[in-house]
Design a protein around this ligand. Structure first.
Ligand SMILES: [Zn+2]
Length: 251
């Protein structure tokens, strides 16, 4: 009995120590570091960054690209999602590298003119399921980045989009060219791809604010790496982000 009691005391003491370690480990961190790391790799495993706003996302039997720009090629696309008509997002030269007969391009009407083949024109608020991939179109626009006084680079009225796509059960938000906008309060996502370069889109500081509003499980900076914005912006975002942030290697 005596030994048993002593063992109980040791267990209690160990429990207290374990609880303290856990408490210390959770300061400034939502979960145990190892759990977070495993979850981040699971969520980002099939997301490949091609520089700027270009990503290749490998779904189950479906290859999705976003805003391919200055890419070196890759597996042929089933879906190409293009946020708006600016040259660093809607690039016919880059689309040609990955387009095949069956490729479907999903984009806004202003950008559709630049491409041929199968094209589905969308606008903010639309919801579609194409090639088995549910996609919601959300607004993308500037509130404080101006081309000239009173003229934003991306006016709300232009109807440019961001995409929330569900791939392998993971909700991925590609924000497009945007500032922090009120609509973000209603976007739910596991992974947020956020521009961080400033000038035309959110700065790293503003992207951290977007991450606070969106509260994804992981945030990935973009709109850098291909001559617009610098990787330093991505590093600054990673430091400021209130949620785990990962700078993907550029492929
Ligand atoms: Zn743009």
């Amino acid at each position: 009995m005596k030994r048993h009691t002593k063992w109980n005391d040791i267990q209690t003491a160990l429990g207290v120590v374990a609880a303290c370690v856990l408490a210390a480990g959770t300061v400034g961190n939502a979960a145990e570091p190892s759990d977070t790391a495993a979850e981040i790799s699971r969520l980002t495993a099939n997301i490949h960054w091609l520089g700027h706003d270009g990503f290749r996302i490998d779904g189950d039997g479906v290859v999705i690209y976003t805003d391919p720009y200055k890419i070196s090629g890759g597996p042929k696309a089933d879906l190409i999602l293009i946020t708006h008509d600016h040259a660093d997002h809607a690039s016919p030269e880059d689309v040609a590298k990955i387009q095949q007969e069956s490729t479907l391009i999903v984009t806004v009407s202003a950008a559709a003119k630049k491409f041929s083949g199968h094209i589905q024109i969308v606008k903010p608020g639309d919801r579609i399921t194409v090639k088995g991939v549910p996609i919601e179109m959300v607004p993308a626009y500037n509130i404080n980045k101006f081309r000239s006084p009173g003229v934003p680079f991306h006016p709300r009225e232009a109807g440019y989009v961001g995409f929330v796509m569900t791939v392998n059960g993971v909700r991925i938000y590609h924000a497009g060219d945007t500032d922090v906008i009120p609509e973000m309060q209603h976007i739910s996502c596991d992974v947020a791809l956020l521009p961080v370069s400033g000038i035309y889109v959110m700065t790293a500081e503003e992207a951290a604010e977007a991450a606070r509003i969106l509260h994804p499980k992981v945030a990935i900076p973009m709109h850098v790496g291909k001559g617009i914005g610098s990787l330093e912006d991505a590093q600054r975002f990673k430091k400021l982000s209130p949620v785990p942030a990962v700078i993907l290697p550029m492929e």
